[in-house]
Design a protein around this ligand. Sequence first.
Ligand code: CP
Length: 319
Amino acid sequence: MKRFTSVHDLIAGPGIDAAMQRALEFAADPWRQDTLGRRRTVGLLFMNPSLRTRMSTQKAASLLGAETIVLNAGSDSWTLETRDGVVMDGSTTEHIKEAAAVMGQYCDVLGLRTFAGLADRQHDYQETVLEKFIAYAGVPVISLESATRHPLQSFADLITIEQHKTRERPKVVLTWAPHPKALPQAVANSFVEWMRHADVELVVTHPKGYELDPSFVGDATVVHDRDAAFEGAEFIYAKNWSAVEPYGAILSQDKSWTVSENAMSRTNNAKFMHCLPVRRNMIVDDAVIDAPTSIVIPQAANRVVSAQTVLSYMLEGLG
Ligand code: CP
């Protein structure tokens, strides 16, 4: 696998079923391929903050025997310019063309985190920064969350559902929840995209106006009545996202969409999921995230498993 930016890269490579099988094997025995990355270096460039992605990807590389180099753009390294043809007489110091190419000289696999700017929908939805990085890196690239997707998170989410489901084809609900700041659509887009390829009954629920981009939602069931959506659900996945139209807008902070015990009582004793970090008592009430049915910590633990699985395919491909 030369790139991992969406579920489509996994489908074009080993396939979801084979990747899931390998992921479950890594979950059972994390050291089963602990020399695969010997004498290999994985470089991770973060243009935005991270706790889970940063630590879990480093841990995953370490379990495979690979070294890691981690940089925070702008603090550990130079401020990066991502536009083409600009006169660099402002605050940016190094162009992504050189930065990616140089990192590719030092590393066998690279990862990039670059969030949506939420100012220019076309720029974000064309994945301008990630695609440039891939074009200039010269080595396989993993998305550590991009403008429109968070594939390592979504793969971890799928693994978590596989481990916790109690029947075939469980009902999985993605619910919008309020947040004080405008957040990208990446986690929600990516979750829907992955779940549409999984054997689950997927329902998306959000207030009117928060429709996700049709290219991600496709023919997924969308219900604006959250109570109806939660009825009989086995997994509740909460996430905030800003509006796609007008792009990046906060249309509502309606606290009746906070995931409460009352809302969860309509479900089939559903497991609660969130990618973290989470705003308590905005996205989800304490009583829900602290309940035994909350699986946010094993979900975060599976970030190591998803990263290890993807890295293993990339390292194998280096020959
Ligand atoms: N879920 C997730 O990607 O967490 P971080 O932003 O802390 O990496």
